[in-house]
Design a protein around this ligand. Sequence first.
Ligand SMILES: NC(=O)c1ccc[n+]([C@@H]2O[C@H](COP(=O)([O-])OP(=O)(O)OC[C@H]3O[C@@H](n4cnc5c(N)ncnc54)[C@H](OP(=O)(O)O)[C@@H]3O)[C@@H](O)[C@H]2O)c1
Length: 381
Amino acid sequence: MQKTVTILGSTGTIGQNTLKCIELHPDRFAVHALVGGGNAGLLARQARQFRAKLAVISRPDLYKELKESLQGAAIEVAAGEEAVIEAASSSVDITMSAIVGSAGLKPTLAAIKNGKTIALANKESLVCAGELVKKEVEKYGAKIIPVDSEHNALFQLINNQDIKHIERVVITASGGPFRSFSLEQMKNVTPEQAIRHPNWNMGAKISVDSATMMNKGLELIEAFYLFPLRAEQLHVLVHPQSIIHALVEMLDGSVLAQMSVPDMCTPIANAIAYPERISAPVAKLRLEDIGNLSFEKPDDGRFPALRLAYNALAAGGNAPTVLNAANEVAVRRFLDKEIGFLDIARIVEKTLQSVYNEPLETIEDVFACDEAARNHAKEEQ
Ligand SMILES: NC(=O)c1ccc[n+]([C@@H]2O[C@H](COP(=O)([O-])OP(=O)(O)OC[C@H]3O[C@@H](n4cnc5c(N)ncnc54)[C@H](OP(=O)(O)O)[C@@H]3O)[C@@H](O)[C@H]2O)c1
């Protein structure tokens, strides 16, 4: 029996890697809907190649281009935010949630309502609305399988363990392109340098997040909402080779690790095939070729974003939502060369200090808070 799959963000790095995995297993997966943001040409090619039933582009002005590119193919075409949510609502076995940023939240919530499996790459939706997403997952009986390599590693490691036996968990960080830079050197780095990640091939936003280490901060918050662990049990270790993705330390001193070459096709294949295992288009891990694995403590002084995320998690309420929204705006401003690299964490910190911390009861509260934080971060100099 083929599993039906919808990919939200099919034109992005995660989306394209998901299709690479599906391409290897045409007998197992059938593509239902593909959703893109602004790359109508690639979306049309993907839809034809994978015989999707539906292709949706979020930008309404690109409807005509997409429609014309798919002329003659029996593929339904739609555009706009509502169409994205409608596509996410169609009941399929697996929805890959891989839109970048909090734009992924509404479609992810729509997919959860089907009570099926969500392969979740869009960490921002858990960071900005973790409690509410969890409640919806429970209410509709959906299952979230994390795609982020560290969280997919934890998912594999924790799956068969009694949570009471776990002392602490560690997620690893490559340290990004500026791991050994001084603050003085980081002052003048360019967006081009920041998006050139040493180990992973990723979209621009997450690449900048890796360079500031905000990505690891977002991942700490993501881990808190995905697993029944206390915030104090979550730790980060810099591991420049990105071979070990997570470690779970048990009460008896055993430490379990998940390893693979740094290629997102491994966690993607794991998430879409779960509970089975399928082959993935990745190189095999040969430790003899790697030789050494090294580890170091993260440096909060040079990478303050990590401390901001820890503090936001401890503060609770709307702090993670504010952190996420301010970071999205600051990263955009950095990519547009409006602010410097070190300004990203500074703007996030200022926004956290300025937006009043209150509980988020409803999804409307989340969007209102997200907007308030964005407005603040846009103005902050
Ligand atoms: N890349 C990785 O290795 C990696 C690892 C772990 C987690 N993640 C997470 O996975 C998510 C995607 O990351 P990525 O690296 O694949 O990003 P990316 O390459 O920038 O791709 C983002 C995708 O989202 C689409 N998109 C953007 N805004 C949209 C909107 N408003 N409505 C609908 N679609 C929209 C883009 O469409 P267009 O390209 O057509 O504009 C693209 O398909 C992020 O949350 C990231 O944190 C990524």
